[in-house]
Design a protein around this ligand. Structure first.
Ligand code: G3P
Length: 219
């Protein structure tokens, strides 16, 4: 399973890269706004900085346009920024049509804002590289985000679809483990959830005891 970080914050991307486990980055307009980046020129420059940091890893950059022509124009510009760019397109009618176009023209895509198996089938038929079901937001309305990943994974495997399931809207380390068990190909997570995977009290207790025993005879 690939690990992406879900942020536009350069320090957090650096920190995750430093751990040696990062395969890519996902962003969205809200995450870009959170970093205070505005204006097309600045936004594109920021994507370039992210691409440089991740050293060949995939970087999802989302289109703002919602009409077919606009999505194609914007997607091409984003794709031209770097080889790493994956054009993120919302699961809407013109978005699906645009994903088909990008697929035919060798441009990688991430179909975002996915909340149902039906949407997942459409995105795969259009040839999306990645599919982003938002599991945390499904949980928010008391449905089951992990069950959605399981359902999509089972359909994709049965039908032989090549689209990779990118579990998004991850809110905790437990979500990461559950997404892995449910068959996600990729998880995109906040830094806190990635780092949360490190924690276990028995590791801390065990390490303290090992060091104490060592120092008894070696100080
Ligand atoms: O990758 C999608 C993600 O950014 C949405 O997360 O926590 O806003 O639902 P969240």
């Amino acid at each position: 399973m690939k690990f992406f970080i879900d942020t536009a914050n350069l320090d957090q991307i650096r920190e995750a890269m430093d751990l040696g486990i990062l395969d890519g980055v996902t962003t969205n307009p809200s995450l870009m706004a959170k970093e205070g980046i505005s204006g097309t020129k600045n936004i594109y420059a920021h994507y370039k900085k992210i691409c440089k940091l991740v050293d060949g890893g995939d970087v999802s950059a989302e289109v703002i346009a919602t009409d077919y022509k606009g999505i194609i124009e914007e997607g091409k510009k984003l794709s031209d920024l770097s080889e790493n760019i994956v054009v993120k397109v919302p699961m809407i009618k013109d978005g699906v049509k645009a994903i088909s176009y990008f697929t035919d023209h060798g441009i990688s895509t991430n179909c975002t804002l996915v909340f149902s198996a039906g949407q997942a089938i459409l995105a795969a038929k259009a040839g999306a590289t990645y599919l982003s079901p938002f599991i945390g937001r499904v949980d928010d309305i008391t449905w089951d985000g992990i069950k959605l990943i399981e359902e999509i994974a089972s359909i994709y495997s049965m039908q032989g679809y090549m689209t990779e399931i990118l579990a998004a809207s991850i809110r905790s380390p437990l979500h990461i483990v559950q997404a892995a068990k449910a068959g996600a190909d990729v998880v995109t997570c906040p830094l806190s959830s990635i780092m949360g995977l490190l924690n276990h009290p028995l590791t801390d207790i065990g390490l303290a005891k090992f060091l104490e025993d060592h120092h008894k005879l070696n100080s």
